[in-house]
Design a protein around this ligand. Structure first.
Ligand code: ATP
Ligand code: MG
Length: 420
């Protein structure tokens, strides 16, 4: 992509109405546009980051047999009444609206009820199970506070998966496969080492614990206690002597940390399927209950989390796997040779499958360098009259302060050493 054609603009001014660093940086670098508190639009660069994260999530959900579908945002009241989750006193962050004739509708904030309702029309026999379905789409929640930028939106992108199993044993195996897939997702996002499976409250319907996936970060809203040797943590909400004993954790091994909840997995037992009248018939023709699990990943929260966590005083510092482009190619000056060398390199790298944002604008070097830092692509390459004369390229990793001069072969070698 040529910078001269890219629809975006960077700004030095920190947005005055924005207190969260992730949103400040993403707005300054031209990735997102703030519509109002807790509601952000994705500009071309931001959308590329969002799509990169979605694709990693999608790959890993598909790899364990997940099938993608898309449920609706508009929700009928009756299915939510069956589980007693319609009433504002029960669920306090619903957005609701009305049809012209006065019929009340809900604006989707999660999808257990509609998924059960939809899947029950297709799957009835024991031969139809297990089923894993998921979607990646916008959710709407009337959050009381929306001051954390993309970390807590009123409109945000979530991946939600739902599984239906015939037996408890089948459910446990499915659940652990999803947990393994989650670990692979966070690893690919560059968060593997800092993300912990964390025991948490199971919700209103079950005495079992749920699992949260908490990424350690000073910006985290959650307090968790980490057992580093076991690579397990426990949320402070359920931190008690009784639960520690149940979970076989020792107080002495736990260290208090701040975490961002980047995903979670829940055991739903048969609460939703029973309430909505969904069962399967076994081999003997007898009606049996279904065991459900649900599993969320905060896709847009991850954009904000990664943006803020991997930033420095000059701007964003994207991990390779989510960066909108791998390379920021800055052409300095507009001599014929510099233009030629930069154009050639751009075409060559692009042909090799390397994603390049080519700063071909007529702008000062200082402006280009500042933008390269702010936008945070993993590598910066400079082409100028000097590099043309020396037959080398100037290469800098975003995480380092010094650049190196390399030949074309060395350049490719460097670019293929992708960090995991
Ligand atoms: P939280 O505890 O942060 O309020 P939650 O427990 O209500 O989240 P779920 O409803 O299970 O979360 O949603 C699944 C995932 O979606 C969460 O793990 C989180 O990463 C993300 N998420 C939840 N609420 C928001 C929000 N308002 N903005 C952005 N991401 C969110
Ligand atoms: Mg939670």
């Amino acid at each position: 992509m040529r910078r001269s054609l890219l629809f975006t603009k960077t700004t030095k001014n920190v947005p005055a109405d924005e207190t969260a660093k992730n949103a400040q940086l993403l707005i300054q670098a031209g990735y997102i546009h703030k519509e109002m508190a807790g509601v952000y639009a994705y500009m071309p660069l931001g959308l590329r980051v969002l799509e990169n994260i979605k694709q990693i999530v999608r790959d890993e959900m598909n790899a364990i047999g997940g099938q993608e579908l898309m449920m609706t945002t508009l929700q009928p009241r009756d299915i939510w009444e069956k589980t007693d989750r319609w009433d504002d006193k029960k669920v306090d962050n619903w957005f609701k609206t009305k049809l012209a004739n006065g019929t009340e509708l809900g604006v989707g904030l999660t999808h257990e009820e509609p998924i059960v309702d939809a899947v029950s029309g297709f799957a009835t026999s024991h031969k139809d199970f297990p089923i894993y379905v998921y979607q990646i789409q916008s959710k709407f929640r009337n959050e009381l506070r929306a001051k954390s930028g993309l970390l807590r939106g009123r409109e945000f992108v979530m991946k939600d998966m739902y599984t239906f199993s015939r037996t408890q044993q089948e459910h446990e195996a499915v659940y652990e496969r999803v947990v393994e897939a989650y670990h692979r997702v966070y690893k690919r996002l560059g968060l593997g080492a800092s993300t912990y499976r964390t025991y948490a409250d199971g919700g209103i319907f079950t005495p079992r614990f749920s699992d949260e996936f908490q990424t350690l970060s000073p910006i985290g809203e959650d307090t968790i206690y980490v057992d580093e040797a076991k690579r397990i943590a426990i949320n402070h909400e359920i931190y008690s002597d009784e639960n520690l004993a149940k979970l076989n954790l020792n107080k002495a091994d736990l260290v208090e940390k701040k975490g961002v909840e980047v995903g979670n997995t829940f055991h739903l037992e048969s609460k939703y399927t029973d309430a909505l009248g969904m069962y399967y018939t076994d081999a003997d023709g007898k009606q049996q209950p279904l065991i459900m699990g649900c599993y969320g990943i905060g896709v847009s929260r991850l954009v904000g989390m990664i943006a803020e966590h991997f930033s420095d005083e000059n701007g964003l510092v994207w991990p390779d796997a989510v960066a909108p482009f791998k390379v920021y190619l800055a052409r300095l000056g507009d001599s014929e040779q510099a233009i030629q060398q930069a154009d050639n390199l751009y075409n060559y790298l692009t042909a090799q499958g390397v994603t390049v944002l080519y700063d071909d604008r007529d702008a000062r070097p200082g402006q280009k360098f500042a933008d390269a830092e702010l936008m945070g692509m993993p590598y910066r390459i400079v082409v100028s009259d000097k590099t043309v004369a020396s037959g080398t390229y100037e290469l800098k990793r975003r995480t380092e302060s010094e650049s190196i001069h390399v030949s074309e072969d060395q350049l490719l070698e460097n670019l293929s050493n992708t960090e995991e």
